[in-house]
Design a protein around this ligand. Sequence first.
Ligand code: UDP
Ligand code: MG
Length: 233
Amino acid sequence: MQKLPFISIVIPAFNEAASIKQTISELVKLLLPHSRLEILLIDDGSTDATTKTALQLTEEFNCLKYIRLSRNFGKEAALTAGLHRAKGDAVIILDADGQHPPEILLTFIRLWQEGYEVVYGVQEQRHESRMTKLAKKIYYRLMKRFASIDIPSNAGDFRLLDRKAVNSLNLLTESSRYMKGLYAWVGYRSIAVPYVARKRHSGNTHFNFFKLFKLGLIGLTGFSVLPLRLVSF
Ligand code: UDP
Ligand code: MG
């Protein structure tokens, strides 16, 4: 009999009490028959009932581990904590709010088993305001033109990383992190998989325009000399 692969799933969650039960149940139902599963719920300092709900879920699902950060550090830090704790041969990163369609994970896992070390989701048909769409388009153009590495457009944290890529990411000690840049920076054999994001199970995005702008700036200053050149000019 073929040995089941050991898969970790890292889920960052900030005030997602209303979503996590559905997200985790769907994952367990889908993946338990195909893998040895570990799910790490990283509570990024939630102030709602996320803790209570998550602790109840740990009683229901043996594969669930709950890790709580001491305050809200932001998604990049929550992911970093999860990647350090994950033990799987492959680590999947997925949002807590249900927007990342779990069925696609079977394709992620198949491509990994075929030899790809990074399988990343590329979001199609975004339901965003015109202003956000335009800002993102300009940002990705700037990054394509000026960043020192090729960071794929419209690809986020929804991805599978082979153990080798996770170990490499875990060696990086930046405190101001732009994960999309770091994934690209560590390299490895990668492939894109298009997906359409679902609606949130509940609530609204935590990333308003200002937060996205701040994160974008970390990316631009971290992976391009353009801002320095502009200042000296
Ligand atoms: N998140 C987090 N810390 C934060 C903000 C968000 O861990 O400070 C989590 C959030 O709970 C969700 C994921 O990151 O699981 C993506 O956040 P969100 O859905 O708000 O962003 P969007 O889907 O708009 O990119
Ligand atoms: Mg979301």
